[in-house]
Design a protein. Structure first.
Length: 347
């Protein structure tokens, strides 16, 4: 029996589609999105959800998969567009971001523990950051750099939103912190309190007699990371620090060294270096801030449009399986049905 060329071609195409479906979750402009990686991410995220005691139904799991697939499609489209713009992020830049993330953890062991919990490696993180920075650079070049905000628009925003530029009373202060090591209600806590207060009183006496500067004493004795800056905490308004700390800071005079006082963090000495009265930020001072804000607002809308347009123009084939069918529930009997049942003659 002769098999027509058309049939052979159809069989070949079907075989190709089957292979694509096994290997990819979608194809975008001919580029495949790896199915194995997609399934790995899906499995990780659903496990994380279940760790918090939230079980997902098959329908919820499918919705998550569908949403993830669409996000990966958009990511692929954007990375393809970045190549057209000849955007390439250097490894050193990615490593800087990676190191900044590592610096948030007390040590490498804690950082590695988090990676393990997320089932990630440093290379996974590096690759994620490289993609993220590439897309950010694309959106900057293709969208935000093209947004022009004129002076009139900036001035109008300032005039109609002046309350946003009200700055309350602010204090700039430095402190020296001694942390308590004993539990709050332990028998040794009271004795430790006395020891810490006595030590701070001694440090305060040395500062007042000019044997040592406040900044040098902070670097030598403080347990706060601000010690590297001589204890300086910068400017802050009410609501930023714990009440016990603010009560002392806002009632102290500039250059005055407080008596030792306690907060939930431990015992402190405090010196106010500057007080700034409440004021409204003038237009010239607020101008650049407003411009950045307006660019961000307009950029958000333009960015969404840019991404949606790219995604719509892309030739995309999706291989995600069909949504699971909802379980059928039997309809409750109606009153009319019940009445019919009641009138049946016994057999």
């Amino acid at each position: 029996m002769k098999i027509s060329l058309l049939v052979l071609l159809s069989l070949f195409l079907l075989q190709g589609c089957k292979k694509d479906k096994d290997k990819f979750i979608a194809k975008v402009n001919g580029e495949g999105i790896d199915r194995a990686n997609f399934e790995k991410i899906t499995d990780q995220r659903l496990k994380q959800i279940e760790k918090f005691g939230r079980k997902t139904t098959p329908t919820q799991a499918y919705t998550f998969k569908s949403s993830l697939m669409e996000n990966l499609i958009k990511e692929t489209v954007l990375l393809q567009e970045a190549k057209k713009f000849d955007i390439s992020i250097k490894d050193e830049v990615v490593n800087e971001k990676l190191e900044a993330i590592k610096a948030r953890y007390p040590n490498k062991e804690d950082f590695d523990k988090i990676l393990k919990q997320q089932e990630l490696t440093e290379k996974d993180l590096f690759d994620m950051f490289k993609k993220q920075l590439t897309i950010e650079e694309l959106l900057k070049k293709a969208v935000t750099d093209k947004i022009i905000i004129d002076e009139a628009k900036i001035k109008n925003y300032y005039d109609t939103n002046k309350a946003q530029f009200d700055i309350p009373l602010q204090v700039q202060a430095s402190h020296i912190l001694l942390k308590a090591s004993e539990a709050k209600d332990s028998p040794k806590a009271a004795a430790e309190d006395k020891t810490l207060k006595a030590k701070l009183s001694s440090i305060r006496a040395d500062i007042i007699s000019k044997k040592i500067t406040f900044e040098a004493a902070a670097k030598e004795h403080s347990a706060c990371p601000s010690k590297e800056k001589g204890g300086d905490l910068g400017l802050f308004s009410k609501g930023r620090m714990v009440k016990e700390f603010e009560d002392v800071a806002f009632s102290s005079k500039p250059e005055e060294i407080s008596q030792p006082f306690k907060t939930p963090f431990g015992y402190h000495l405090l010196k106010v270096t500057k007080k700034e009265a409440a004021r409204t930020k003038p237009y010239e001072e607020a101008k650049e801030e407003i411009k950045t804000r307006l660019i961000r607002q307009e950029g958000s809308e333009e960015t969404k449009k840019f991404i949606d347009d790219l995604a719509q123009k892309a030739k995309t084939v999706r291989f995600l399986e069909k949504a699971p069918e909802e379980p059928k529930t039997e309809a409750p009997a109606t009153d009319e049905t019940d009445k019919k049942d009641e009138t049946k003659e016994p057999q």
